[in-house]
Design a protein around this ligand. Structure first.
Ligand SMILES: Nc1ncnc2c1ncn2[C@@H]1O[C@H](COP(=O)(O)OP(=O)(O)OP(=O)(O)O)[C@@H](O)[C@H]1O
Ligand SMILES: [Mg+2]
Length: 266
């Protein structure tokens, strides 16, 4: 059950987009993947074709329904989604309270999926520190920190270095890695920040994703970047990041198409 947390000190940097496309990429490579949304914006599901009007999710009933896997939506193929769902303010507050006060709440809710053999879990978080990211700390195998190729992201690097996201170093299993998103070679500042981040983060920089309009267009059409624009620069960059994640976490990468064909003929 490799569990990857996608987070950032900064909002609007592409966490949800990258979490979704990473999940698609790992599923294409043959893994069963569960994408979990811990953000009240409830946007992750939209990347998997769940209609805007579909408010199902695990948070509203997270107290009564001890096993959150009952709220998983099957999207076809190897992809499963656990949406945050539509919640009242009171339900959100209670969920966050439980996460902060009951050390077993999260583990109990996710017990079934955590014990599902071979399942890869990709979890998306709201920006900054928060009770879900903190509660997930001991379960996570890897944290991916998404940053933009801009000066505001540079100024937020100390937040990670000074353990401001969870109060502890981000990951003591397979480690934490950075993804620099929306890098744009045509812009001076973006080139400079990308070079600076490469130097400062070294091997902890898992990948750089080009700013690419097809990413936003794929989002708008509720498709993965691989389906929408497989030859795009962003598809290439994100696929490479997926391979690096699989490599670090020892996720067996088969050939998804071959596996799908085998399933068809057996
Ligand atoms: N590489 C990219 N190139 C172009 N646009 C991108 C890229 N990555 C993300 N975007 C766009 O940036 C916007 C923000 O992305 P996203 O919602 O994934 O960010 P987020 O970090 O999850 O935001 P929030 O903090 O609100 O949860 C979206 O419109 C998305 O389409
Ligand atoms: Mg998001």
């Amino acid at each position: 059950m490799p569990l990857v947390c996608v987070c950032s000190p900064k909002g609007g940097v592409g966490k949800t987009t990258l979490a979704a496309n990473l999940a698609w990429g790992l599923a294409r490579a043959g893994s069963k993947v569960l994408a979990i949304d811990f953000d009240v914006q409830n946007a992750l599901r939209l990347h998997f074709g769940v209609p805007l009007s579909d408010g199902r999710g695990f948070v509203a009933r997270s107290e009564e329904q001890a096993d959150w896997s009952q709220s998983i939506l099957t999207m076809g193929g190897n992809i499963f989604v656990l949406p945050y769902g539509d919640v009242t303010e009171d339900q959100r507050e209670r969920f966050e309270d439980n996460l902060a006060k009951d050390p077993h709440f999260l583990r109990r809710g996710l017990d079934t999926v955590l014990n599902y053999p071979g399942l890869v879990i990709v979890a998306d978080f709201p920006p900054g520190p928060g009770p879900a990211l903190k509660a997930m700390h001991e379960l996570a195998d890897m944290h991916l920190v998404v940053m933009l190729a801009d000066t505001a992201s540079v100024s937020l690097l100390p937040q990670i270095e000074n353990n401001r996201m969870t109060g502890k170093p981000l990951n003591n299993k397979s480690g934490h890695y950075f993804i620099l998103n929306q890098s744009d070679n045509r812009r001076h500042i973006s080139r400079d920040v990308t070079a600076f981040m490469q130097q400062r983060l070294g091997d902890n920089l898992l990948g750089v994703v080009q700013r690419d309009e097809s990413v936003a267009e794929a989002n708008a059409s509720q498709q993965s970047i691989y389906d929408f624009s497989p030859a795009s620069a962003a598809a290439f960059d994100i696929e490479l990041i997926g391979k690096r994640v699989a490599n670090i976490l020892n996720i067996k990468v088969g050939n998804g198409e071959v596996q799908a064909a085998i399933r068809t003929y057996t």
